[in-house]
Each structure stands twice: as C-alpha cells, then as structure tokens.
Design a protein around this ligand. Structure first.
Ligand SMILES: [Zn+2]
Length: 215
C-alpha cells in the first residue's frame, strides 16, 4: 500500500484534483475534515474527544489528528491519497514514523503550485450576492450589470474575508506552518511540483502522468 500526498495552499484547486485522481487510480481519498467528521459520527473514543474540542471552538491537536489518521490507515487495503494532511511538520514526522513501523512506502508527494498574486487576485475579485449567495468574479465571471446579481437582482457584496489585507494575513499564517512542511517533503524522493496556474484539465494531465509513473 502506498501513501500519496497532495500539497498546496487554499484556493490551489488540490481538493478538486484529488477527487479526479481517486476516480482514476485505485486510491482512497482521505481528507482530515472527512476523517474528523467520520470519527465524530461513529462516536469512537477519539471521536468524542474531537467533538468536545470542536464544541469549545478549539483546534484539534496534532496527536489526536494523527491517532485518527493512523486508525484509518489500519483499515485500508489499497493506497491512499491525503489531501490536507499532514498539515504540520509534527504530523509529517509522526506519519513517517508510523509508516516505517508498518513497512508502508511513500508514493507521490505533489505540490500544486500557484503564485501568491494569482491566489490573491482570485480572492480579491470575488463578489457574493447578498440575496441568493451566487458567487461572481470581476475578471472571470462578472455580472451583466455592475454590482447586481444576474439571478435575483440583489446587490453584490465584497466580503471582508476577501480583501487583500485579510488574504495576506491568512496566507502569512498559512506559510508559517506550511513552509516547514514543504521543506520536509521536498527532501523526499517522490516529491514533484505541478503548475496549478493553468486550466484544471492540464493540471490533471500532469498529475496523472506523475501518478502513473509512481503506481
Ligand atoms: Zn442573487
């Protein structure tokens, strides 16, 4: 069984690509969110601990996330594709240890790379309808009439989360955790990067080639 990992910043499209990859290759898609929700709904001991943390609005700590992931891996018979895990270098190191103890090997680790200014433009140009929630983009999906929803005629809004300032603050926080994690995987033999700043079909083509080589 091989362990494969997709890495990338929020907005890189890696979640969508992960779904397409598992439809094509014999891999199970494992995202941390799904694993956490699954444990909570099955009310396992760790699941109950997660539920309590979430109810208090706290982040689920690395050891708990690792415990849930490793329990899931015990049940897997085919390879897995992680999306959003490992999130920290501590999680990555623990995963590495778990894998060597079980004789599991690392397959492909692929970074979906998108330049910071492209991610920023995607976020900052976003406008949301205050009526029906439809999402527009000033450059790629503008409304027919400025500031007005095509579907329901309500005014469009620039959310405070979508300002350049909010975006940069979020990305700085993300980088402080992500860059050490990326450094860890860049030293692994199965590491590759693909250009995520092109149409999703071309990104998928490149990913497919990498996963075929490593399969
Ligand atoms: Zn609307």
């Amino acid at each position: 069984m091989s362990i494969n990992i997709l890495l990338g910043p929020p907005g890189s499209g890696k979640g969508t690509q992960a779904k397409r990859l598992v439809a094509k290759f014999p891999l199970t898609h494992l995202s941390t969110g799904d694993i956490l929700r699954d444990a909570v709904s099955k009310e396992t001991a760790l699941g109950l601990a997660v539920k309590a943390l979430m109810a208090e609005g706290k982040l689920v700590d690395d050891d708990t996330v690792n415990g849930l992931v490793f329990a899931r891996l015990q049940d897997e018979t085919q390879g897995v594709l992680f999306d959003g895990y490992p999130r920290t270098i501590h999680q990555a190191e623990a995963l590495q240890q778990f894998m060597s103890s079980k004789g599991l090997s690392l397959g492909s680790v692929v970074l979906v790379e998108v330049p910071r200014e492209v991610l920023e433009a995607r976020v900052v140009g976003r406008r949301v309808c205050t009526g029906c929630g439809e999402i527009y983009h000033l450059a790629t999906k503008p409304p027919k009439q400025d500031g007005v929803c095509d579907l329901c005629g309500s005014p469009l809004k620039h959310r405070s989360d979508d300002t350049a300032e909010a975006f940069r603050k979020r990305m700085d926080e993300f980088d402080s955790t992500f860059l050490p994690l990326l450094g860890f995987y860049q030293r692994q033999p199965g590491f590759h990067a693909v250009n995520g700043d092109q149409d999703p079909n071309s990104v998928f083509e490149q990913l497919q080639t990498l996963f075929q080589e490593n399969a």
